[in-house]
Design a protein around this ligand. Structure first.
Ligand code: URA
Length: 244
């Protein structure tokens, strides 16, 4: 779908806004340690050459999967939802963002990341020079937990096969996990997010970049250092997909 001039303007405004917030000077030059390598994961990153694009049948399968999510009853969260939220974006996206679970706004509208945290995520995406319709945004749990609590393990277990299938069908080049819940699922580790963010993990050959959840940034609005760290992580992602 072609973007209107107003949408393109909105993307540009978001891009500039976020770069200004993190400090444009920092954003426009490489991080100081860039080029010295990722100690843990870089040597084992898979070749990204020749990633086959999803076939027509796979795109159809993804649409069918969305329909299944919308009527899913695999865990108790379905009783409380207004809408299940399968995810949105490009069905052959290079870049996939995975959050925890829908919040109130997302439950009301059936779209991922549209509340305050979502607006910040969308600014980050624009700052990365991606249009929203180029990436795929989803969550590990597709229905809202009450009071936005962290999903229980049985809810995650019931729901995660949908996400796994989405990844298999979309085959992103890079996954960004937002916060602890999806990071624990894809690249489990005992350390906290501060230690784990910024280091690529691997999920079945797909590099996974853990970073802070945008709602954590929203809750700590005055803390520019957190935003700077997220931006540093996203620059590594951009370098990997050749957008830097
Ligand atoms: N937080 C998430 O993890 N996902 C959303 O979709 C919205 C807020």
């Amino acid at each position: 779908m072609k973007k209107s001039a107003a949408d393109i303007w909105e993307d540009l405004r978001n891009q500039v806004d976020f770069l200004a917030e993190v400090g444009a000077g920092f954003a426009l030059r490489p991080a100081e340690d860039e080029g010295r390598g990722e100690p843990s994961a870089a040597p084992s990153l898979p070749s990204l050459a020749g990633r086959p694009a999803p076939t027509a049948a796979e795109r159809k399968a993804l649409e069918e999967l969305d329909r299944q999510v919308l009527v899913c009853r695999l865990c108790a969260l379905h009783k409380l939802r207004t809408h299940a939220v399968p995810g949105e974006g490009n069905r052959s996206a290079e870049l996939m963002f995975i959050g925890e679970a829908p919040g109130r706004d997302e439950d009301a509208q059936g779209r991922p990341f549209i509340g305050r945290a979502g607006q910040l995520l969308r600014k980050i995406i624009a700052a990365m020079k991606f249009r929203e319709d180029e990436v795929y945004i989803t969550n590990i749990v597709k229905c809202r937990p009450p009071d936005n609590r962290v999903p229980h393990s049985e809810e995650e277990e019931a729901c995660s096969p949908y996400l796994v299938r989405q990844i298999e069908l979309i085959r992103p080049r890079v996954i960004v996990t937002l916060g602890k819940t999806p990071t624990d699922y894809f690249v489990p580790g005992r350390e906290g997010m501060t230690a784990r963010r910024g280091h690529f993990g691997d999920y079945r050959g797909v590099p996974v970049m853990p970073t802070f959840h945008p709602s954590y940034l929203v809750r700590n609005e005055g803390n520019r250092e957190l935003k700077r760290m997220v931006w540093e992580d996203m620059q590594k992602v951009m370098a990997l997909v050749g957008r830097k």
